[in-house]
Every structure is written in C-alpha cells, then in structure tokens.
Design a protein around this ligand. Structure first.
Ligand code: ASP
Length: 291
C-alpha cells in the first residue's frame, strides 16, 4: 500500500493587499475531508473530483459558484480531469447553466466516446445526464473576484481551483475547474479544460495549472511537467522549468504537481498561490504567499 498524498490550489492570482483567511480555513477543511476519503481507500480520481466539487461549491474561488461573468455578462465555465491509471480524460469548455463543471467533465470521460464537449453541446449533455442546474445565475454566483474582475481582458483571476492526488494503490489523478480569466471574450477557452495544458495525470505525475491560460496552452504546461519527470528530472525541477518558460514568454501563474513517490511541488511566478496539501507522512499544510 502506498502512502496517499494530495495537493490542491485555489488560484495563482492571489494579491498581497487582500485577505485570504476564509480560503485558508476552507482549503484545510477540504484536505482533511479528502484525507479521510483516501484513508478509507477512495481512488485518486474520485478524490480529485470530490475536492474540486467542494472548492466549486464554496463560492470562495473563481470557479463553480464563485465564478465571474465574461464580457457579455454570461457565466461560461471550464473544467477537466485526467486519470493517470487509465490514461483517460474528460473536459467541458464554455459550459453555461450547471453547478459543477468538474462533474460534467467526469461524465464526458465516463459516458461518452469523447474527451471534451463545449458550449451548447456540453450543456445539452449535462442536462441529459441530469446534472444539477443553475436556475438563476445572478442569485447563484457569488463572484468571488468582485471588485477585481473589471481588470483588462486577460487579467489574472485569482481563483481557478485544482487538485492532484496519489491514492493508496499508487494511482495519480488531477482535476481543474475555472470561470477563466477576468474580462474574457465570449467563447474564450483557457488552459483549464485542455488536457496537457491545464491538467495532466499519467504514471509519473499529476499536474493542475493556474494562471494566464494562453501561456499555459502554448507551453503544454501540465504535460511538459510530467514528461520532464518521465525523462529523469525531479518534480521540483520539471515544474519550475515550466513556470520559468511561461515567465520568459511574459505569462503569470503557477501549478501544483505530485509524483508517484508523493513528492509535491507548487512553483509560481505571481504574487501568491492559494494551496494546501497532505504529505505522505500525514502532515497537512496551507500556504498563500510563502514559497
Ligand atoms: N488558467 C485559467 C484560465 O486561463 C485562469 C486562472 O487560473 O486564473 O482560464
């Protein structure tokens, strides 16, 4: 039996002038809840999804309930997940009208021959699957980024969420969910729902990214991290090299990563990245600005 481990994030757009006490408390609660699930033998994939559902439902991050609208005033959400053990992935992009995009992504993986559904097709599928709807967007969404979501188009949001998990059978999985960057154009899709860009899991590493998605797509950030590990780099080296590459292109953000030994890495080049983890020794940690 392997010792389980987990790391989650609540976005790399954290700003020093803002207080994140509520997020710190919440992230710890999520890690503790998922520790119990892992101790009970839950799979990495189930735990990654359950953690992201808790993060989406909290209304504290710019994902799920905390989403901000796009420039047209619509809430278009993205999510993906990947199961390292089977190599399967699922995703939804620009999904409107459903409470938990990560659950829709899981349904795409489990119940269709496809990896990603977008827009109206994703919404139609989610409805067919009986997933929970958002009946009244203005009443439901908390706009966790309110006051900051009037940044210029492409400005870094501060609340994508994601989780990487190693379970007791040595399986890795990752999931990520977001409302995207602030001020995005209708139809804009970032890295979050794209396996290899915003999310990746294989037998070497699980990775979930957060930041200016256009840059993460262009460097295949999540997969590049795992391929670095497969090529013999440490998780810390491989993930830092990816963030350095994004920085060299002019992009901001960070990622969380976990390898099959349970090593954890969380490099970022923005001011802060909300994150919390369960180490293989059972220790739980939470951090926003420290390295
Ligand atoms: N990566 C997300 C996107 O580009 C945003 C974020 O992580 O803040 O949609």
């Amino acid at each position: 039996m392997a010792k389980p481990a987990l790391i989650l994030h609540g976005g790399a757009g954290a700003r020093r002038e803002r207080n994140y006490d509520a997020e710190v408390v919440h992230m710890r609660e999520v890690v503790e809840a998922m520790k119990a699930r892992l101790d009970a033998g839950a799979s990495a994939l189930d735990v990654a999804v359950e953690a992201v559902v808790m993060l989406e439902d909290s209304g504290l991050y710019v994902a799920g309930r905390g989403a901000s609208p796009n420039l047209a005033g619509d809430y278009e959400l993205d999510a993906s997940l990947m199961d390292g053990a089977s190599g399967k992935a699922g995703a939804v992009a620009a999904l409107q009208g459903f409470r938990n995009p990560v659950v829709a992504a899981r349904a795409v993986m489990d119940r269709t021959p496809h990896v990603m559904l977008a827009g109206n097709g994703a919404a139609r599928f989610a409805a067919e699957q009986g997933l929970t709807r958002v009946e009244d967007p203005e009443a439901w969404y908390t706009r966790a980024g309110k006051g900051e979501d009037n940044h210029p188009p492409g400005g870094l949001s501060h609340g994508t969420v994601g989780c990487c998990v190693l379970d007791s059978q040595g399986r890795l999985a990752a999931a990520t969910s977001t409302a995207g960057v602030f001020g995005k154009m209708p139809g804009r899709v970032g890295d979050t729902p794209i396996p290899a860009a915003g999310t990746w899991a294989d037998e070497h590493a699980a990775v979930s990214c957060t930041g200016q998605g256009e840059y993460f797509i262009r460097v295949a950030a999540a997969a590049r991290t795992a391929f670095g590990v497969a090529a013999g780099q440490s998780l810390a080296e491989a993930s830092q090299a990816v963030i350095d590459r994004i920085g060299a292109l002019g992009g901001d953000g960070g990622l969380i990563a976990l390898d099959r030994e349970g090593n954890i890495a969380a490099p970022y080049n923005s001011q802060g990245m909300k994150r919390a983890w369960l180490a293989t020794d059972g220790g739980v940690g939470v951090e926003v600005f420290g390295r």
